[in-house]
Structures are given as structure tokens and as C-alpha cells.
Design a protein around this ligand. Structure first.
Ligand SMILES: [Zn+2]
Length: 339
């Protein structure tokens, strides 16, 4: 017994210290690690959830206002975009150009929702002069005539192949302006609408725009018509057509559009001249023949952001939709709202 007791005591102490080691050190470490790990996992899950609330759920459907009957329709975002792309870009354009247009339209939609909606009862409307074009399948089919289903499927493919993709600058959707034909060079927004410039909208050159019917147009007006149109805008307008510089271009913008043109006693912007005389763009020259003025116009639209015919040219050259977007918008990222 005398020999055994110390042995038991020894073992007892060994077990005691071993138990204390487990209870005081190892178990707390395990718990702490587990706890910390769980906390990190929870944070990740929470962030993912927020992102889903922010984009996935928030923008899964949109409320579309139909201007003709003032009804509001709830549509899945991607389904809505099929009708938008059908209304905004010719279906015979390259698939990558249509995908770029779909991404632009998706970005525009989210930008409108995030930056103050234009309508109280809806996210966006179907009027291209207010928000962006939206055309019903039935209406589009009437215009297309033949191979309607095939054409519709091509647009659906473009939308769903880029599903969820939006263009962001510093993590937020950009104001994704686009137009028909840049005439070879895009314009910066301040030269069109005044206000501030956007870092992602710069002057961008694209070759091949001249191969489209949208590139060149002419409008001929009589001197009487010009006087009438100017007087509708300015009741103190006067002009002496006998003066050699009765009409004269004074200044050009960074993209070679007209910044200022003198017409009689008024100096107006190229953008205003475009609006007054119904020209396709503010990039024009003019010729005078007696009492006729012929405006020769390059490009179609305000010229800011993505050019549709330019996008089609780039797609024909083998560029994909992301490369097309990166050509027209600077320092941007293409992010997917589903991720
Ligand atoms: Zn609208």
C-alpha cells in the first residue's frame, strides 16, 4: 500500500493537470476559434445577403409605366430588357453589339432607380424621350415582317447572355448614355447639356461609322424658313442676308462639333441650332446658294457615350461586348448584379 499510494497520487496529479490543461486552455482555444470562425462566416453571409438585397432581389423585377394608358406593369428585369433592346437597336446588328446595348440598357435602368426616379408610381417608363424605348413583341413583329421569332430569339439571347451585367464607376451604376452614330468621335456631356462632366464619358474615336446611313444627312432650308424658325425662339432676331458673315461658325468643341454659331444678331450653340433646324447632330457644315442654306450633317444623336453603329463596327472586327463597352466608357468595371 505504501508503495501504491504515491503511485495513485502521482497518477492523480498527472490526470488532474491533464484535465486542467484541457479545461483551461484547449477547450477555450477550440471555442474561441470556432466562435471567431463562425463570426467571420456570419459576416460574409450577412454581406452576401445585403448584396442580394441590394441587387438580386431589389432589381429582380421592375415597375414599368406604359405611357399610352398610364398602366404600371411589374416585369422581370431581363424580360423587360428584351423589349428595350428590341426598341433601341436594329436586330440585324452583331450579337456582341446587341449584348453591349443590353448591358447599357440594364445599367441605365438601375441608374434611374438609384438616382431619383422620374415617375412616382413606377421605376421607368416606355417612352424613349423620357426614359428608354420599350416596344411590345406584337408591335415589333408588325415592323419586322418576316423571321420574327428568329429575330426575337436573337435579342433574347443577347439579353440573357449578358444577364445581370452592369457598368459601374467606383462601384455604382454609371449614367450610360448612348446614341446612334458618333460621326467618328463621341462628345463630352458638358458640351451637350452643360453642368458637370462625368469622368467615364470622354471623347472616343471609332473608325467605320461612315459605312452607315446614319452617318451623313442633309437638310435644306430657305432663308425665310431659317428666319421664321429663329424668330419662334428669339422674337428680337434679325439678319441681313447681304452680309457675308450673316451665318458663321465661331467655335468648335473638343470633338469637332459646333460649339457656337453666329446667325444674324444671335450667337447660339450647335446643340441649339440642331434643335431649331431639326438636324441629326450638332456636327455640321453649311452651304449657301442664293436664298437656300444646305446643312450637311455628320452623325446622328447627341454623341455622348456608346455609339450603336460604332459598336456594330467593333463587333464586326471581332470585339466582344465587354471590349465594346470598355471602348466607350473609361475607367469603368463590368460587374454582375447577381454576384
Ligand atoms: Zn420616363
Amino acid at each position: 500500500m505504501k508503495i501504491l499510494v504515491p503511485k495513485v497520487n502521482k497518477n492523480y496529479f498527472i490526470y488532474f493537470f491533464a484535465s486542467m490543461l484541457v479545461v483551461l486552455i484547449i477547450i477555450p482555444i477550440c471555442f474561441t476559434r470556432k466562435f471567431t470562425f463562425n463570426q467571420e462566416t456570419d459576416n460574409v453571409e450577412q454581406k452576401t445577403e445585403e448584396a442580394q438585397i441590394d441587387y438580386g432581389v431589389k432589381y429582380k423585377t421592375i415597375n414599368l409605366l406604359h405611357k399610352n394608358d398610364n398602366s404600371v406593369e411589374t416585369i422581370e428585369l431581363e424580360e423587360y430588357l428584351v423589349n428595350v433592346v428590341a426598341g433601341e437597336m436594329p436586330v440585324d446588328y452583331e450579337l456582341e453589339a446587341l449584348k453591349a446595348q443590353a448591358t447599357v440598357a440594364r445599367t441605365y435602368t438601375l441608374y434611374q432607380i438609384e438616382n431619383g426616379k422620374k415617375h412616382d408610381n413606377a421605376d421607368i417608363c416606355d417612352d424613349s424621350n423620357c426614359c428608354q424605348a420599350w416596344v411590345s413583341k406584337e408591335k415589333r413583329f408588325e415592323r419586322w415582317g418576316e423571321n420574327q421569332e428568329e429575330k426575337w430569339e436573337k435579342i433574347r439571347t443577347a439579353v440573357y447572355a449578358s444577364a445581370g451585367d452592369i457598368i459601374t464607376y467606383q462601384g455604382r451604376p454609371i449614367d450610360a448614355f448612348f446614341h446612334s452614330n458618333s460621326g467618328g468621335s463621341t462628345e463630352i456631356p458638358v458640351n451637350v447639356w452643360g453642368g458637370t462632366n462625368y469622368p467615364y464619358l470622354q471623347v472616343v474615336e471609332t473608325s467605320g461609322e461612315e459605312n452607315y446611313s446614319q452617318y451623313y444627312s442633309e437638310i435644306e432650308l430657305s432663308t425665310d424658313e431659317i428666319e421664321k424658325k429663329m424668330k419662334e425662339k428669339y422674337n428680337d432676331f434679325s439678319i441681313n442676308w447681304n452680309e457675308e458673315d450673316s451665318i458663321k461658325i465661331l467655335e468648335y468643341t473638343e470633338s469637332s462639333r459646333i460649339r457656337t454659331i453666329k446667325i444674324g444678331n444671335k450667337n447660339i450653340s450647335g446643340v441649339e441650332a440642331r434643335s431649331i433646324f431639326g438636324l441629326r447632330s450638332s456636327n455640321f457644315t453649311f452651304e449657301r446658294n442664293d436664298n437656300k442654306i444646305k446643312f450637311k450633317v455628320i452623325g446622328y444623336g447627341h454623341g455622348v457615350g456608346l455609339s450603336q453603329t460604332g459598336s456594330n463596327t467593333l463587333a464586326k472586327e471581332g470585339k466582344n461586348y465587354k471590349e465594346i463597352i470598355e471602348h466607350y466608357y473609361k475607367d469603368i468595371e463590368i460587374q454582375n448584379i447577381k454576384n
